[in-house]
Design a protein around this ligand. Structure first.
Ligand SMILES: Nc1ncnc2c1ncn2[C@@H]1O[C@H](COP(=O)(O)OP(=O)(O)OP(=O)(O)O)[C@@H](O)[C@H]1O
Length: 263
């Protein structure tokens, strides 16, 4: 179980640039919960994921994984149990390394430095099996440099790498936003398959309302550093994009991203 208890973060406190990014967020996720996160611009969505991954330290509040406080652990220490995929397809993979080298690095994530990549025959076979799940033919290109892949292929690979070691928490930060609609749909489907087959506890930020409704079993809406709406599985199943836009309409001054408005 993952529990966020009153987590808060203010950037540049006490200055003219002060920004309250998280204002006491409480969220409890059970094992296997897949929560989609939507919100206005600057609502605190990325900051929430950064707080969970350890990229930034919160000012107050607790992050508990099965009752253990992990808020004090550095990002590299959390990498063992937190997987993350970013919006930028270039962010999750190393372009100058081959597909198998990237996978090997993901495989030993969180292990002590200095170990070899351990690219044994058995390991390569395992990688090929995993890559075959993507249905992109990458299992035949284990020694190709990742820099040669398309954005969609790299994002699919990032997703596989992030989920490879069965992380306790998977964080998806608008991971389909930079892809064309066809590739985005493919990576969305892959997300559904990978998360459900491994039963991963997942938080996914998206500006795509339909995607937020289609994926996952719960939905939260954020504004001004707070969770202002939570939908349970049943409520989410019945909700429409218009309902969500209606909820946004109730927030005074909420700025929605152009990508949200265009849907
Ligand atoms: N590193 C930072 N330094 C200063 N302010 C920051 C930093 N990161 C985020 N903020 C501010 O914190 C607030 C929340 O930002 P955050 O990026 O979490 O929002 P978001 O919901 O992800 O927004 P968007 O959908 O526009 O990407 C904003 O006011 C933002 O300007």
């Amino acid at each position: 179980m993952l529990e966020l208890q009153g987590i808060s973060k203010t950037f540049f406190p006490g200055t003219v640039n002060e920004r309250v990014a998280l204002a006491g967020v409480d969220l409890t996720m059970n094992e296997g919960d897949f929560v989609t996160v939507i919100g206005s611009n600057g609502a605190g969505k990325s900051t929430l994921l950064n707080a969970l991954s350890g990229k930034l330290r919160v000012d107050s509040g607790k992050i508990l994984l099965d009752g253990t406080h992990i808020g004090g652990l550095a990002e590299h220490a959390r990498a063992r149990f937190v997987g993350r995929v970013f919006q930028d397809p270039m962010a999750g993979t190393a372009p100058d390394l081959t597909i198998e080298q990237n996978l090997a690095l993901a495989y030993r994530r969180g292990a002590t430095r200095g170990l070899s990549l351990g690219l044994t025959r058995g390991r390569r076979e395992h990688f090929a099996e995993q890559l075959a799940r993507l249905e992109l033919g990458l299992e035949h290109r284990l020694r190709a440099k990742v820099g040669l892949l398309s954005g969609g292929q790299r994002q699919a690979l990032s997703l596989l790498m992030a989920s490879f070691t069965n992380p306790r928490v998977l964080l998806l930060d608008e991971h389909t936003a930079a892809l064309d609609p066809q590739r985005a749909a493919q990576v969305t489907q892959l997300t559904r398959d990978i998360v459900s087959s491994a039963g991963l506890t997942t938080l996914m930020v998206t500006h795509n309302m339909q995607q937020a409704l289609d994926l996952g079993n719960r939905l939260i809406m954020m504004h001004d550093g707070r969770i202002i709406l939570e939908l349970s599985a049943d409520e989410k199943a019945q909700a429409t994009v218009d309902d969500l836009l209606g909820e946004f309409g109730k927030i005074k001054g909420a700025e929605l991203d152009d990508r949200t408005m265009l849907q």
